[in-house]
Design a protein around this ligand. Sequence first.
Ligand code: ADP
Length: 459
Amino acid sequence: MRDYLKIEINHLLGSLLIFIPIGYLLQQIPVAIALAFIAYFSKHAYYLTKLAYLINQGARIDPPYPADIWGLIYKELSRFRSRSRKRKRTLSRFASRFRKVTSSIPDGLILLNKSAGIEWANPAANQLLNISWPRDENTPLSEHIKHEELSEYLKNPDYSKPLELPSPTNKAVIISLRVTPFGGKKAQRLVVARDITDVYKLNQTRRDFVSNVSHELRTPLTVIAGYLENLSDNDMLPFQERPFTLMVQQADRMNSIINDLLTLSRLELGRAASAEKPVAIPELLRRIIDQAQLLAEQKGGYKITLDVNDSLWLLGEESELMSAFSNLVFNAIIHSPPGTEITVTWLRLENEACLTVTDTGPGIEERHIPRLTERFYRVDKARSRQSGGTGLGLAIVKHIIGRHDGELRISSQLGVGSSFTCAFPEEVTLNKPLTAPDKEEAVNSANDEQPELTHSSPE
Ligand code: ADP
């Protein structure tokens, strides 16, 4: 830079050296100095005008460059322009490759802006959802997909589960919409629409098949069970007694399996149960423990303890929750020897409400744990059958908890015991609605400065 400053000073001095002697001879020194400055600034005006012209024409700024500060400006500008030309070429190559790739993807891709308006879409989005870009740019997604759950789904920041809906172009086609937020503050979203008709139909066929078979088997089984009950009133020869007992046991078992299969089909078909009705979980757990005590006594005695937060309720379907929780408590008795300690807790832990059934039973080997909620999966098939298990209990529990937006967590250690936790998010929990006597009690207890209502009852 300093070199260029020197060059400029030299140019100005050179101009003065030429004009001042002439001015001296003509006795017009001030005019000569003014002319020297004019000559010097004319050079700058010339190069500035030339540069403006080249920029305006979009022409290349090629060498030779002037040997002064303008040379530096011209050279740097030329280098900057060639760099940006290269960058533009790379970008346009990338954009054309991106367009080719997104055009060949069979899934519909749609970019949504902050206000859920369409920013861009690939050609498959046109086929699946009748969304064409740029035709539909800036129009809201809900204008193209008329589905009651869509706007609610887009508002919800939890996109872990996809939304399944019929395609607006062909109702026979089932689409799965998966949303991924991205960009600053994750305000923009990428929607991936996939045709899942085959999987959907396969699942539906499986569900219908299981449900139909269960219904079809139920009628003949009811007839057989009815005859068996009538026969039990008659006297039997000694050699008939054992086969008869086995027939009754097996008919009962089949009935349990059919009932569990029908329960599973019903759960699979139904919509999420959350936000339905307030359910008094503490009271429901006490009922389950009362029933469990009867089985525990029959099996030889277990130590069952219950620790509940009395003010913690859930929003949901009471019969389903009753079935899930009793399954876990009864499993702890059925799959453990007499004398086992079973603890049932219902507490608020961090930002979840957790129902945990812990036992000091035989425990489960780690490799079985991920598969326990599969239908008919048993650790010990023979023992489970003997104890009257259908192998569907935990599958039902998982479904019910999922329908209440919760999660089933299993941990176990061989020889130490098992722990089954149903964890529910804050949104489906509620504090016990206060009744009139409760309100009175709450005022009294506030006056007495008593701690929060937490009940812990022994077996
Ligand atoms: P089942 O009708 O056999 O009880 P489940 O689906 O309820 O079917 O349970 C699957 C398997 O998980 C059971 O067969 C058993 O092997 C194992 N299991 C469930 N609960 C316990 C428990 N508390 N302790 C040990 N094993 C258990």
